[in-house]
Design a protein around this ligand. Structure first.
Ligand code: CA
Length: 714
């Protein structure tokens, strides 16, 4: 007889599986919690599952063993109890966690319901690798799972950890709520955070470039890549301060770094992970390795590698704030890429070591749920994990003046968590963007609860990376040989039409997942997978460089003239290459860096994209919020030739200064004689230029050049 998968499902309930229920003799069955034999008052069997009711409650601070005669002795897992409503209602703590520092006293709070005791360890050094002894250690007091202690006196510049004793383990952990750390993030730092504020930080305000999220033009960058190539001529290469430098130029006298981003006219940068990632990925003492950093260690602390002195716990905070303030001054809002969906390791993290079985999602058999592919999915449905994410987003918005959050693998999170984050940031009174990757992953969460594209109607004002537009333009991500509209594929007219309207539910024959275009993050490439140029080249190996760049312009032109929020990967506008490598998360700098010499070489493409960005910003026609409004102001051109799409945004669409706009995409290599309705039109955008110099009248027919985006108006 085999007994397995024993779970504590409630404070006085246990269930387990058995291969042959008829052999079970209940007199031989014992539940032992710590030293207590628990009295079983009721039992039942259904199929191969046995249910037990106990007279008394189980003490979660002790192991709970299922013993059968002297042949079986297994541990009952607690994770099911920990995710129950009863548990969360009883132990949820609504207050502040972490350290509250003042020069007179500091208050320490840690939530650890299963801990037997918790000791605060104070150190003089921030480097855990020193293995030095703590200079003080103080026991915390518990009240219903919350451990806390006030300590009189000024603890500024001490470092701290907690020693948590649970079951048979003694864990030394970093406070999950830590706001500053020593080198490599293994010890918390007690600081006066106001000392990290750069000059005039209190006057730093977010640019008021957007009213609606569709007004944003997002540009994805990496702190390291933007300046790591020497041709950036940026002094602080690979650092926060590098991107804060102004007046940096290539030897051709063209701007790099911050000035370049500003000239391009984007409204928001989206910065790849800048909050502390694992020292196992990049050792802050010797940051020679390359890693994107999608392996979080401390969510509320900036990564040390990007600071000029990672040993100084205030330096990274001050320098990140300096960067944000420089971006804000240049009218650029700051979105950050946050990775709440998993931790860098399922065991070695401050959450699991503080309260094992709670923060990470489990499968029914007790193994870690792994929809992320990283071996551990966080459990946003558990109240204290949800609280942590909300607290973190609010803290980063307030302390760092962050303007938006891009949720890595958002589909791992539950809808309720995302909606509560939306409510929490809305209370801050400025337009904070929330969006992410809403892929449907194989995580142990009910389909209807996942924050995925298919459920986007349940999360208004939260955006989703739109895979329909991405794959329709460039070709499927998962099939190296499949082409899209701009890479030479056929029969993409309808999916491009759907994409151009932000994939809303338009009609029987054009049905998208979104309720409003503001939920559609329109992109054709990002840090993941092949660079746009590389993908186009792989699909069209015989194309000249010039033709490939025409495809780039067509691709980004569709993004910039479609409804939704436009998103561009840094360098895609000049055909950035990653040498055909699909996943460069730990490729060397020379693969990942921004090559400003290439940018100089293709400066004409850059100007074209820049002018399209400007057109988008100046014309509200491209930025509808309301789907019904959009439907009323939209007309597709039905007799358009093969591999071309045309549509009219009509009657002062969305309050535009132009009466009508006619947008035409031609994905054929050859020119087309395109039928145009409604009399006279002025050409504003054609294949090679954007702006006043093109303006001329056309009527009835318009020659649309091969591989081109066109915008006409009247
Ligand atoms: Ca780190």
């Amino acid at each position: 007889m085999k007994i397995f998968n024993a779970l504590v499902t409630n404070f006085n309930r246990i269930e387990f599986k058995i291969d042959n229920p008829s052999e079970l003799n209940f007199y031989m069955l014992n539940i032992v919690n710590g030293r207590n034999y628990m009295k079983i008052i009721e039992h039942s069997i259904s199929d191969n599952t046995v249910f037990l009711n106990l007279e008394n409650e189980i003490d979660i601070k002790m192991d709970c063993l299922l013993i059968y005669g002297d042949i079986i002795n297994i541990k009952c897992c607690y994770f099911k109890l920990f995710s129950s409503k009863e548990f969360n209602d009883r132990y949820y703590y609504d207050g502040k966690l972490g350290v509250e520092y003042t020069p007179q006293k500091s208050i320490f709070k840690l939530w650890a319901p299963s801990a037997l005791n918790v000791k605060l360890l104070l150190y003089k050094n921030g480097d855990a690798a020193l293995n030095d002894n703590p200079v003080h250690s103080i026991y915390l007091n518990e009240e219903n799972g919350l451990w806390s202690t006030p300590i009189e006196g000024d603890l500024k510049n001490y470092y701290y950890t907690y020693q948590v004793v649970l079951y048979n383990e003694v864990n030394e952990v970093t406070d999950p709520y830590v706001k500053a750390t020593g080198i490599n993030g293994n010890r918390g730092a007690i600081i006066d955070i106001s000392e990290t504020n750069p000059e005039n930080w209190d006057k730093d305000v977010s640019p008021s470039t957007i009213n609606n999220f569709t007004d944003a033009v997002i540009y994805e960058i990496s702190i390291r890549d933007i300046s790591s190539n020497p041709n950036s001529n940026i002094k602080n290469t690979g650092k926060y301060l590098g991107l804060a430098e102004e007046n940096t130029k290539t030897k051709n006298n063209l701007s790099t770094g911050l000035d370049y981003i500003k000239e391009l006219g984007i409204t928001h940068v989206q910065i790849m992970p800048i909050f502390d990632f694992s020292y196992k990925s990049i050792d802050e003492k010797m940051p020679s390795e390359y890693n994107w950093g999608y392996d979080p260690q401390n969510y509320n602390v900036p990564e040390g590698t990007y600071s000029t002195d990672p040993y100084d716990s205030k330096c990274r905070i001050r320098e990140l704030k300096t960067l944000i303030s420089a971006l804000h001054k240049n009218n650029i809002s700051v979105n950050v890429d946050v990775v709440f969906n998993h931790l860098w390791n399922e065991k070695e993290n401050s959450f699991e070591k503080t309260f094992p079985g709670y923060y990470l999602r489990r499968n029914q058999d007790g193994t870690f749920s792994n929809g992320t592919g990283c071996g551990n999915d966080t459990a946003s449905e558990n109240l204290m994990m949800k609280k942590f994410i909300i607290d973190s987003v609010v803290y980063l918005s307030q302390e760092y003046h962050i303007d938006g959050f891009r949720f890595d693998l958002m589909g791992i999170h539950d809808i309720d968590a995302m909606n509560q984050i939306r409510e929490a940031v809305d209370r801050l009174g400025r337009p904070i963007m929330l969006y992410g990757e809403g892929w449907n992953l194989n995580t142990n969460l009910l389909y209807e609860k996942k924050a995925i594209i298919q459920n986007s109607f349940k999360t208004p004002r939260i955006g989703y990376f739109n895979e329909i537009i991405r794959d329709s333009i460039r070709g499927s991500l998962f099939d190296a040989n499949s082409k899209g509209f701009a890479s030479g594929g056929e029969n993409f007219e309808n999916s491009i039409k759907l994409s151009s309207i932000g994939c809303i539910n338009y009609s029987e024959w054009l049905k998208g997942p979104f309720n409003s275009p503001e939920q559609s993050i329109n992109y054709v490439s990002c840090h993941d997978n092949a660079a746009l140029y590389d993908k186009l080249k792989a699909l069209n190996p015989d194309d000249s460089d010039g033709t490939l760049m025409e495809r780039v312009k067509l691709s980004l032109g569709i993004i910039l003239t479609s409804q939704g929020t436009a998103f561009l990967e840094c360098g895609s506008e000049f055909g950035r290459t990653k040498n055909g490598i699909d996943n460069t998360y730990k490729s060397p700098d020379y693969i990942n860096w921004i090559d400003w010499t290439l940018r100089d070489k293709r400066i004409n493409c850059v100007y074209y994209i820049k002018n399209l960005i400007n057109l988008r910003k100046n014309h509200s026609a491209f930025r509808f919020i309301n789907s019904d409004d959009l439907k009323n102001h939209l007309e597709f051109i039905n007799n358009s030739p093969k591999n071309s799409v045309g549509f009219i945004l009509k009657n002062k669409p969305n309050g535009d200064s132009w009466n009508n706009l006619l947008i035409i995409y031609n994905a054929n290599n050859h020119a087309l004689n395109f039928p145009i309705p409604w009399g006279n039109w002025n050409v504003y955008v054609n294949k090679n230029s954007v702006g006043e110099s093109n303006i001329r009248d056309v009527k009835n027919n318009y020659i649309v050049e091969g591989l081109s985006v066109n915008v006409l108006y009247n």
